[in-house]
Ligand binder design. Structure first.
Ligand code: ZN
Length: 338
């Protein structure tokens, strides 16, 4: 790394922290703040398994030795800055409502019907409901096709996701799940599929069936060939398989990506480089903002600040990523004019 680059990186980090601080102080009212769509939020309450403080954009993932007991994440939680904390007990949903109002965010919130309804009731007008065909956390447990059809026809759900087949070691083109994608195509419901990111080198401990190879974006090709009208959101932008991601975007113009999870889970320079590569390859109008919000209320403001501070994006491109692209993909009624 040259000295110039190191200084530029320090400045970038400093301005990200400053913007994050400004966002955190609640100086803006929703009428001042341009709208944001977060396409990737989980309808959790406060029960993220293995939760606790979190280190966004940690600079490295620590090595481990199978002989010793290890933490489920490779973060050095004791020493990182900034650190994001879970809400006080019983306060999470209230905190998220306040954050989403302050930041003027509308979010696609994924979960089972009861959990998503709780979010909708607590912040009317800010939740776009999403649900999927996996029953809870049990790998392979599926929702009945008829029940899913009902949820998308009369139940008000708008997006099918998060589809986490990679955590089951399955390709999205696996024939065993094709009927769900056929349903989405028939009902013209966009699908949001987890592709890529898999944590910090602890997959063998935390999610033994997870396979990095099943996050290859090109595994979507057969599915897209079978269902040419399917609208696909590649969650986490297939990180880190950039070449395959660009190949897929080049071949399929109704495939979009979200930067959720990826945006705060990896070193900041690497995150910016990845997003910049997609934008500079010509696919800026298919990049959507997302957090993968789980249990840390300030994560949304923090993640928005990374896009706001990206020096390789023009103001128009920032608005596209934070709002316009998602509004087009989700066919929201009132997309903001550029
Ligand atoms: Zn995911």
């Amino acid at each position: 790394m040259t000295r110039f680059r190191a200084t530029a990186l320090r400045l970038l980090l400093a301005s990200a922290v400053l913007t994050f601080a400004a966002f955190s102080q609640g100086q803006n009212t929703p009428t001042d703040v341009p709208p944001v769509v977060d396409v990737h939020v989980h309808a959790m309450d406060e029960s993220f398994p293995g939760g606790g403080p979190m280190c966004p954009n940690e600079a490295k993932f620590l090595a481990s030795d199978p002989k010793t007991k290890e933490a489920p994440f490779g973060w050095d939680v004791e020493n990182c800055t900034p650190k994001l904390y879970p809400a006080e007990k019983g306060e999470y949903l209230k905190d998220m409502k306040a954050e989403m109002e302050r930041l003027n965010v509308k979010a696609v919130v994924f979960g089972d019907a009861a959990s998503v309804k709780k979010w909708q009731d607590s912040m009317p007008g800010r939740v776009i409901p999403g649900t999927s065909f996996s029953e809870g956390m049990t790998p392979g447990a599926r929702v009945e096709l008829d029940k899913l059809r009902q949820e998308f026809t009369t139940g008000g759900f708008k997006v099918m996701g998060e589809i986490g087949l990679q955590y089951e070691g399955l390709s999205p083109s696996d024939p065993s799940v094709d009927k769900y994608f056929a349903l989405a195509e028939e009902l013209d419901i966009p699908v949001a599929i987890h592709m890529g990111t898999g944590g910090s080198g602890r997959a063998n401990l935390t999610t033994p069936k997870f396979r990095g190879s099943m996050g290859n974006p090109l595994l979507l090709e057969e599915l897209l060939a079978r269902h040419p009208k399917l609208r696909v959101q590649v969650m986490h932008a297939g990180y880190p398989m950039i070449d395959n991601m660009l190949t897929l975007l080049q071949a399929n113009s109704h495939v979009y990506v979200d930067v959720a999870g990826l945006i705060w889970s990896y070193p900041l320079k690497e995150v910016n480089r990845y997003i910049q590569r997609i934008v500079e390859a010509g696919f800026e109008d298919r990049v959507m903002f997302g957090t993968d919000q789980m249990e840390w209320p300030k994560l949304m403001a923090y993640s928005i600040s990374i896009i706001q501070n990206a020096d390789y994006l023009s103001p128009e491109e920032k608005r596209d990523i934070l709002y316009n692209n998602a509004a087009r993909f989700l066919r929201l009624d009132t997309p903001e004019k550029r």
